[in-house]
Every structure is written in C-alpha cells, then in structure tokens.
Write a protein that binds this ligand. Structure first.
Ligand code: SF4
Ligand code: SF4
Ligand code: SF4
Length: 319
C-alpha cells in the first residue's frame, strides 16, 4: 500500500509536471483540469475570492466539491495526492541510518510508555479530566489558517500561496524547465527551491503543526464518520492479553496515537487514510470500514480466543 501511495502521488506530480513543461495547460494541484473542467485548491479559492472581493463560480464549485470529498474521505488528499510527504521521504534519505534508528526508537518507546500507562491506569479516558486536558480543540495549524486569511485581507492578495510548499514544488519544476529549455535565468531559479528546502528543513513538522490546508481539512473532518480506523477489541493484543503493543501508533504519519487517541498529538479527525496502521497491526485488528462510528471502538478489556495464538505467543514490540 505504501508503494501504491508513492506511485499515486508521485505519478500525479509527474503527470502535472509533464503538462507544465509541455505547455498543456493542465495546471498544478493549486488549480488543475482543462478549460471549463478545472478545479482550484479550496484554500486558494477562498483566499483569492477574499482578495478580489468577488465570488467566482469556479471557486465556489471547487470549494463545495472539496468539502464533500473531505466529508467522505477525511484527509485522504494528504495521504494519497499531496507531493509534500513524498518530498519528506526524499529528504529522509539524506538522514544517517543512525539518526533514523534513534528517531524510530524514541517514537517506539514513547508509544509503549503510553500503552503501559494506559494498561495499568484502569480509568476510562472519557472519565478522566487529565486526558481531556491534554489537547485543545484548535492547534497551531488553525492559528496559521487564521493568519493566512487575515494577511489576505490586510494585503489584498493570497499571501500564503507564495510560501505554500505544494505551489513551490510545481514552481520549481517550471523554473528549472525554463532554465534548461529557454535559458531563462532569474533569481527565482535559486530563491524558489531554496525556500522549499528551507521549509522542509526548518519546518519539519509542517504537516502536523503548520499547514493551513490541513487545518481546513481538520475542521471539516470533524464531521466525517466514514473510512476511519476502527479497532476490533476482540482481536487487539492490548485488549486481549493486556500487553503493550501500539505498533499501529508507531507508524502513523499523522501523529495520531491510533490505539490511545487521547494521547496523540492529533486526533482521528486528521487520519490521512494511509492504511499504515492497518498493515502494521500483527493481529489484523484494524480496519477502515465504510461506516466507522466515532472511530476507535471503546469497550471492556476481554480475553477472547479468536486471536492467532502465534501472535499472542510472540512478544509485542519493546517487551
Ligand atoms: S498537511 Fe498540507 S502539506 Fe502536508 S500533506 Fe496535507 S496538504 Fe500537503
Ligand atoms: S490512523 Fe492509520 S490510516 Fe490514519 S493516518 Fe494514521 S496510520 Fe494512516
Ligand atoms: S497494532 Fe493492532 S494489536 Fe497492536 S495495539 Fe494496535 S490495534 Fe492493537
């Protein structure tokens, strides 16, 4: 599934890039399609309309379609379409193997600590005030979203679009192509990729902490109840054996603690439908069903015998 996601987002980026260099007018992810059959980035559409003090039918249609998409598939755009996570993977290759291992071990230990605490706590998180207080309803991304809207009003143009990494990625393709094809030399050939690299290095947690598009999707995603991760408590190792596992939480790219959502930096409202947790679960306890209620199922810890005995026999990660 991971390879499929890379193929989908990378393939789309490559196709749109080919469209740019071939002059096909297919646009970028900020505005793609053909003539009348084209859509705009919903955030770009909103800010452009605010800046122009004008309601543009194409902008409204794009917004409505994107809202409908998010209502059904949550932040699947991030998991399957956006090229930014792809860029992060590429930059990850430049990290030393040692550094990568340290980061993985730190995350693994953090998740296991939470699992150990929860398994020994004995109180339902919904009843415990300390868990509720761990996370505010709005986070830094919403502040950036508000700032982007306010700056549009103040300056009369969509300021955020200048620094949006998705737009910068396509702008880099165009500038590099023009440099080699037409010999167009300008400061932008250096400035645009440099800004992109700067964002990737200085704002490494861009998606989880800064992206206003993620904030926008998060606000709509709160109403989403379809294709969200659900844990079958009768199969989950932590429920069945009382031993910490949380492998699902160790692999989540959206900083969600899938097994103990109260402790994640983000909630299931931010699920990108990447399916990494489903694939990482050794007990086959996770799924993304069409109708997923309120997300991870709450339920009494019961020991049932429908788990593969070899799974229970093998020690969970970190134990
Ligand atoms: S959070 Fe923003 S930058 Fe990250 S994948 Fe989603 S849309 Fe792209
Ligand atoms: S909860 Fe699962 S499907 Fe959703 S983003 Fe995290 S790993 Fe991917
Ligand atoms: S990976 Fe599977 S078995 Fe382990 S905690 Fe998550 S849902 Fe339970």
């Amino acid at each position: 599934m991971d390879k499929l996601r890379i193929a989908v987002s990378g393939g789309l980026f490559a196709l749109l890039s080919i469209g740019i260099v071939a002059g096909l007018s297919t646009g970028t992810l900020s505005g793609f399609g053909w003539d009348a059959f084209s859509l705009l980035c919903p955030f770009g559409a909103v800010t452009s309309m605010i800046a122009a003090h004008l309601v543009v039918p194409r902008g409204v249609v794009s917004l409505v379609l994107m809202v409908a998409f998010i209502a059904v598939f949550g932040r699947a755009f991030c998991g399957w379409v956006c090229p930014v996570p792809l860029g992060k993977r590429i930059s990850g290759f430049f990290k030393s193997a040692n550094r990568r291992k340290v980061e993985q071990d730190e995350r693994r230990e953090r998740m296991l600590d939470i699992a150990r605490h929860q398994l020994s706590c004995g109180t339902e998180c919904s009843e415990c005030a300390s868990c509720k207080q761990r996370r505010a309803k709005l986070d830094s991304r919403h502040v950036v979203l508000g700032g982007a809207l306010l700056s549009t009003v103040a300056f009369g143009f969509p300021v955020f679009c200048i620094v949006c990494p998705i737009g910068l990625a396509f702008a880099t393709v165009l500038l590099v192509w023009r440099l080699f094809a037409n010999g167009d030399v300008s400061i932008l050939v250096v400035a645009v990729p440099a800004l992109l690299v700067l964002e990737a290095t200085l704002l490494r947690k861009w998606c989880a902490r800064f992206c206003p598009l993620a904030a926008f999707m998060n606000l709509i995603g709160r109403f989403n109840r379809t294709f969200r991760p659900v844990i079958d408590e009768s199969k989950c190792i932590e429920s069945v054996s009382g031993r910490p596992c949380s492998r699902c939480s160790m692999v989540c790219e959206a900083e969600i603690n899938v097994r103990h959502p109260e402790f994640g930096e983000r909630t299931l409202d931010d699920c990108t439908r990447c399916r990494a947790c489903v694939e990482a679960c050794p007990a086959g306890a996770l799924s993304l069903p069409l109708r997923s209620g309120r997300g991870v199922q709450e339920g009494p810890v019961t020991i049932e015998d429908n788990v593969d005995p070899s799974v229970l026999a093998s020690k969970p990660a970190g134990e």
